[in-house]
Design a protein around this ligand. Structure first.
Ligand SMILES: [Zn+2]
Length: 282
């Protein structure tokens, strides 16, 4: 269906007008409302949206699906439900941005479960070991996003979903981060945002978080991992500034109060970057 409802989405600047025309000429098929509601009802970030925001997310997701190819790997079959769920989660990040933030690549590859990545690790004796780490998702610079369906299904399950865990939001946050090169936790900022403030805020939060994780880790043998469990944000975020940005983005949309409580200054930066205030939606 040609979607003329797209029109109110874009502001009346010349650029937005050209975009709206390009959209309608590409014949975007509008996602059916019932199918959309059925696919997305369990997501916390969707439950927080107003009717108008939900409608816009459906429109942007329709456009996203027209631009991307979602394919199964290892014989895995992609259903319409999966397509809608991937689109909704990917597009919540760009609800107030532009769908062209995801331009420059086309494929989303879905494995039935976590997939192994082989890589070499050099130990303290200089010996190279080849290890295979199971991954829930992966985002390639200028390449595809790779996802594990087992993890997608878990996030879509109202009972099984982890607190703030969302592999699609995570990988698409990496994609935004990669708009200015390798993922490093510093995506291109909007006009009016300060690079210095972003860097200072994120570095301070990242270092504080690493310290918190190290301390909890050191206690783990004695307290059975209680201190680690008490950390509101997935300790995986301590891996690197890039992972910190991706993980904190998941929590920002899924459990915004946790980001606000732990790192209020980071919350303000994310609010400016995503142009959304999920906390105000409750
Ligand atoms: Zn990551």
């Amino acid at each position: 269906m040609l979607e003329n409802l797209f029109r109110p989405l874009y502001r009346t600047t010349a650029r937005a007008f050209r975009r709206a025309r390009a959209l309608t000429s590409r014949k975007v098929e509008l996602i059916d409302l019932d199918a959309w509601n059925n696919a997305t009802a369990n997501y916390r970030f969707v439950q927080r949206l107003t009717t108008e925001e939900n409608r816009r997310l459906r429109l942007i997701s329709s456009d996203f699906l027209a631009r991307k190819v979602i394919m199964g790997a290892a014989g895995f079959e992609i259903t319409e439900l999966m397509r809608l769920q991937i689109a909704a989660q990917a597009c919540i990040l760009i609800l107030e941005l532009d769908v062209d933030f995801y331009d420059g690549w086309r494929e989303i590859i879905v494995y039935p479960g976590q997939f192994a990545k082989t890589h070499d690790v050099i130990d303290e004796f200089g010996v190279v070991h080849t290890t295979r780490d199971p991954l829930a998702g992966e985002a390639w610079l200028d390449g595809p996003v790779v996802l594990s369906h087992a993890d997608l299904a878990q996030t879509a399950d109202a009972v099984d979903r982890g607190d703030g865990y969302n592999v699609v939001i995570h990988e698409f946050a990496h994609k935004l981060d990669m708009l200015n090169g390798e993922a490093n936790g510093y995506p291109p900022l909007h006009r009016g945002m300060s690079k210095e403030t972003w860097k200072r805020t994120f570095l301070a939060a990242y270092l504080a978080f690493c310290k918190q994780v190290d301390e909890a880790d050191a206690l783990a043998r004695r307290d059975g991992g209680k201190a680690l469990d008490a950390i509101l944000i997935d300790p995986y975020a301590a891996q690197s500034p890039a992972e910190f940005f991706a993980v904190i983005s998941e929590v920002f949309f899924e459990m915004p109060e946790d980001v606000h409580e732990t790192f209020p200054a980071v919350y303000q930066q994310l609010k400016a970057f995503y142009k959304q205030d999920p906390l105000a939606r409750q």
